[in-house]
Write a protein that binds this ligand. Structure first.
Ligand code: ADP
Ligand code: MG
Length: 253
């Protein structure tokens, strides 16, 4: 998508789980080339919002348009093939596979007929190209020298970086990150911020859920604040920091 075009439009989105409205009338947009932060206390509905955007679960009501398509009407893999990749708050790795194999997983779905079909039918040349892409992304997140180590041997922070590498192997236009800095050491956080800025420069659009306010405020163009399923505020980091309702609900002070 060209810079400034809408990559995501969420309009009056509601997600109901039994008697609970995990997302309750939330509206916001994300434009191409932006980093937008989605913040708020635990239980605010941030991860649920990610599931609406990625097509994992349809909204109860309202509209979610991602990369020009209606998210609730398409299977998640179709949205992924359109150019959306994500990482999970609770990291998901194949611990008995190498970092390289884990990173390569990120490329199969967009390569051909889905992961299993691709594993069976990928030509040797494609396999080699995918391996190169995976090594390049491992290099980017600082894990290249551990490419042949098992993912199960990684510390939590490194597992998060591996997830990002895997997401990047799909060459996404739109990247959703759910608490990517949780468990990262100070230096790793700085490297993560630098990587995300670089990706923005390259034109990747990013929606990030993150609790580390120093990291978020220094990185994002705009913020959407949720609380109890509802949208509490939107604006620049400066506007959101100054917002009394946000300070009371989330930022303290
Ligand atoms: P956040 O990511 O902001 O911490 P979540 O989106 O994970 O918040 O959760 C928002 C609310 O929705 C919480 O009260 C959570 O328990 C509830 N919730 C999330 N997913 C489900 C689900 N699949 N079924 C029932 N309740 C859910
Ligand atoms: Mg969450």
């Amino acid at each position: 998508p060209a810079r400034g075009m809408e990559v995501l439009r969420v309009e009056h989105a509601v997600k109901q789980f039994g008697g609970l409205r995990a997302v309750n009338d939330v509206s916001f947009t994300v434009n191409a080339g932006e980093i937008v932060g989605l913040i708020g206390p635990n239980g605010a509905g941030k991860s649920t919002m990610f599931n609406l955007v990625t097509g994992v679960s349809p909204a109860t009501s309202g509209a979610v348009t991602v990369l020009g398509r209606a998210a609730g009407r398409l299977p998640a893999r179709t949205i992924h093939r359109l150019g959306l990749s994500r990482t999970f708050q609770h990291v998901k790795q194949f611990s008995e596979l190498s970092l390289l194999e884990n990173a390569m997983m990120g490329g199969y779905a967009r390569a051909r007929a889905g992961m299993l079909g691709s594993l069976l039918h990928l030509e040797r040349r494609e396999e080699a190209a995918l391996q190169q892409a995976a090594l390049a992304q491992l290099e980017r997140v600082g894990l290249r020298d551990r490419a042949f180590d098992l993912a199960g041997n990684l510390a939590l922070g490194q597992q998060r970086l591996l997830e990002i590498a895997r997401a990047l192997v799909a060459d996404p236009a739109f990247l959703l990150l759910d608490e990517p800095a949780a468990g990262l050491r100070y230096g790793e956080k700085a490297e993560l911020a630098a990587l995300l800025r670089k990706l923005r420069e390259e034109g990747v659009t990013i929606l990030i859920v993150e609790h580390d306010m120093d990291l978020v405020m220094g990185l994002v163009d705009r913020l959407v604040v949720m609380n109890g399923g509802q949208e509490l505020a939107q604006g620049s980091p400066r506007e959101v920091r100054a917002n009394a309702a946000v300070r009371e609900a989330y930022l303290g002070a």
